[in-house]
Design a protein around this ligand. Structure first.
Ligand code: SF4
Ligand code: F3S
Length: 106
């Protein structure tokens, strides 16, 4: 399965949702997650993310392991999203900033 990781937080570009053939993205206030049981491992979303926040579960960068559980948990409670939206106005200024996990809104 594919996993949305920390750099999506407060960037939320949503380019990823447009290409997913099974519409398995779910939307929170400042972050998106992938439903692990619905993702078919097509890998289409990975190159679409301008923030490079999407990885295969077995290729997660060091320190991003917690996002496996975060995606599984929040995809059960957040609403589905399948159409691209405008990103937050300050998205670019948050791209690449460390320590965004504590800013995740649920
Ligand atoms: Fe959707 Fe494919 Fe990305 Fe899984 S890997 S979330 S199925 S686009
Ligand atoms: Fe997030 Fe990248 Fe999608 S920033 S919303 S995973 S395009």
């Amino acid at each position: 399965t594919f996993v949305v990781t920390e750099n999506c937080i407060k960037c939320k570009y949503t380019d990823c949702v447009e290409v997913c053939p099974v519409d398995c993205f779910y939307e929170g206030p400042n972050f998106l997650v992938i439903h692990p049981d619905e993702c078919i491992d097509c890998a289409l979303c990975e190159p679409e993310c301008p923030a490079e926040a999407i990885f295969a579960e077995d290729e997660l960068p060091e320190g991003q392991e917690a996002f496996i559980e975060i995606n599984a948990e929040l995809s059960e409670v957040w609403p589905n999203i399948s159409e691209k939206q405008d990103p937050p106005e300050d998205a670019e200024s948050w791209d690449g900033k460390p320590g965004k996990l504590e800013l995740l809104e649920r």
